[in-house]
Design a protein around this ligand. Structure first.
Ligand SMILES: [Zn+2]
Length: 418
C-alpha cells in the first residue's frame, strides 16, 4: 500500500468524505476497523488504523469503567460501530460510549461488568493488518485453569456445588499434586489453533482455519468426555486469541497427559494435500517443509497480537532448558498412532511424524503433537474440511490414535516415572 496515492484518491472524493466517516483533516488517523473479541478469560477490543494512535487510559470506579482518550482522531462511523459490537453476554464490557471529547481527541468509555486489569498496547502492521491498538481486559484475579477444569468436571457429573467446593478446598495450596478427583483420569488438552485476531490460513473460498479447527476440537472434546476415564481440557473453546505460551501454560496447569494442537494450514502450492502430524524438535527440523510449517505456526503470536511487555518469553525460555527427550519420544509414539488412524480417513501428506521447533509443543513434561488435518489451501481439501462428516472422521481418527497410545503407554506408569 502507498499512503500518498491513497490520500490523492481521497481528496478527489471531496464532500463524500464526511458521509463515509473519513477524516477531514490531515492530522487525523483513519480508523479502518474496530473489533471486539469477548471470552471468559479476557475480552479484547482492537482499533485498526492507518497510523499509530496515541492513547491514554484510566480506570474509574463506582461504577467500574475504563476511559480511553485517543489523540489525532475524529469520530467516524467505524468507531461508532464499536457501540453495536458489544454483545450482551460479554463477561467484561457492559456498554461502550464514544464521543468527540476535544477537537482532536476521541473519548471511549467502556462501562465494565466487573473490575479489570487492562493491558493497553499497540502493534505494528503485520500480515493483512495495519496499525493496531489493543485493549485486553483481564479479570483482576486470574482464573486458574485447574480450578475451572475441576469445576466444569464436577458440574458435568451433576455434583452439588457444596461437594465441588469441598473437593476443591482439599487440594488448594498443594502445588504439583493432582487433586483427588482427577487422580485416575486421563486428561487430554485439546488446542484448536489460532482464533480471534489470528484467522490462521484462509482457504480459496474463504474458509478460515481458526473456525474449522475449533469445530473439530469441540467435537473431539465431546468424544473424549464420553469416554470413561478420560476428560478433555480446551485451551480455547470460542473465537478469541490465546498466545502460544499461554496454551502450553494452561495445559501444564491442568497437568494434562497429552497436548493435541489442531490445525489446517496452507502451503505455497495449492496441490499440497493430506494430513500430517508434527512433534517438537530441539535440533533442527526433519525437513525444510517442516521448518516452513513451524515458522508459519509460530507467527501466530505476531498476528494474534501479544503484549510484548508481559509476554511469557521468560517462562518459555525456562521450559526450553528442561529436558524434553522423553516428551519427544512419547510424542513420536502418539503421532504415529494418530497417523495410522488418519490414513483410514483420507490421504496422508507424510507417513512419518515430522519434527520442527513449534513453540506450542514446548511443554517439557506433556507429550505434545500438532496435527495438520488437511491443507485448507487445496480447494478439494477446503471443501472436505467444511464437511461435518469429514470432520467427524478426523475426530474419530484422533480419538482412536489417543486410545491406542494410552493402551501402550498407561498414564499411571508414566506419571510414576516422572
Ligand atoms: Zn495453523
Amino acid at each position: 500500500m502507498k499512503p500518498p496515492m491513497r490520500r490523492h484518491f481521497l481528496q478527489g472524493l471531496g464532500a463524500a468524505w464526511l458521509a463515509l466517516g473519513l477524516p477531514r483533516h490531515a492530522w487525523a488517523s483513519v480508523v479502518r476497523a474496530v473489533r471486539v473479541w469477548p471470552a471468559a478469560q479476557y475480552t479484547r477490543v482492537t482499533i485498526e488504523s492507518d497510523s499509530a494512535l496515541s492513547v491514554n487510559h484510566q480506570r474509574l470506579a463506582n461504577p467500574e469503567r475504563l476511559v480511553v482518550d485517543i489523540e489525532g482522531l475524529e469520530l467516524s462511523s467505524q468507531l461508532r460501530d464499536l457501540v453495536a459490537q458489544v454483545q450482551p453476554d460479554d463477561p467484561y464490557i457492559g456498554a461502550v460510549r464514544v464521543g468527540q471529547f476535544q477537537p482532536r481527541v476521541v473519548r471511549l468509555v467502556l462501562d465494565l461488568k466487573q473490575g479489570v486489569a487492562p493491558q493497553v498496547f499497540s502493534l505494528a502492521p503485520v500480515a493483512a493488518y495495519q496499525h493496531r491498538t489493543v485493549f485486553d481486559l483481564y479479570p483482576t484475579v486470574e482464573q486458574d485453569p485447574l480450578l475451572q477444569f475441576l469445576q466444569d468436571k464436577l458440574r458435568a457429573e451433576g455434583q452439588a456445588q457444596r461437594q465441588a467446593d469441598d473437593a476443591l478446598g482439599d487440594f488448594i495450596g498443594r502445588v504439583g499434586q493432582r487433586p483427588e478427583p482427577l487422580e485416575r483420569l486421563i486428561i487430554v488438552a485439546i488446542d484448536p489453533g489460532h482464533g480471534g485476531e489470528d484467522p490462521g490460513a484462509v482457504g480459496p473460498s474463504g474458509l478460515k482455519e481458526k473456525d474449522v479447527v475449533l469445530s473439530i476440537g469441540l467435537q473431539l472434546r465431546d468424544r473424549i468426555n464420553a469416554t470413561p476415564g478420560m476428560r478433555a481440557y480446551m485451551t480455547r473453546d470460542s473465537d478469541y486469541f490465546v498466545p502460544l505460551g499461554e496454551r502450553v501454560r494452561r495445559a501444564r496447569r491442568v497437568q494434562a497427559d497429552l497436548f493435541v494442537s489442531i490445525h489446517a494450514d496452507a502451503f505455497y502450492t495449492p496441490q499440497a494435500r493430506g494430513a500430517s502430524v508434527y512433534a517438537l524438535s530441539t535440533q533442527g527440523a526433519s525437513s525444510s517443509a517442516a521448518r516452513w510449517m513451524a515458522d508459519r505456526e509460530n507467527a501466530s503470536d505476531a498476528v494474534g497480537g501479544i503484549n510484548a511487555q508481559v509476554a511469557d518469553a521468560q517462562v518459555l525460555r525456562a521450559m526450553l532448558d528442561m529436558s524434553t527427550t522423553a516428551q519427544i519420544n512419547d510424542s513420536l509414539q502418539l503421532g504415529s498412532a494418530m497417523l495410522s488412524q488418519l490414513d483410514r480417513v483420507g490421504r496422508l501428506h507424510k507417513r512419518r511424524v515430522e519434527q520442527a521447533g513449534f513453540a506450542v509443543l514446548k511443554a517439557p513434561d506433556v507429550p505434545s503433537v500438532l496435527v495438520e488435518t488437511a491443507f485448507i489451501s487445496n480447494p478439494d481439501e477446503e471443501r472436505r474440511l467444511a464437511d461435518r462428516d469429514y470432520q467427524a472422521g478426523l475426530v474419530e481418527a484422533l480419538h482412536q490414535g489417543i486410545r491406542q497410545y494410552f493402551s501402550r503407554n498407561p498414564p499411571m506408569a508414566r506419571r510414576r516415572a516422572l
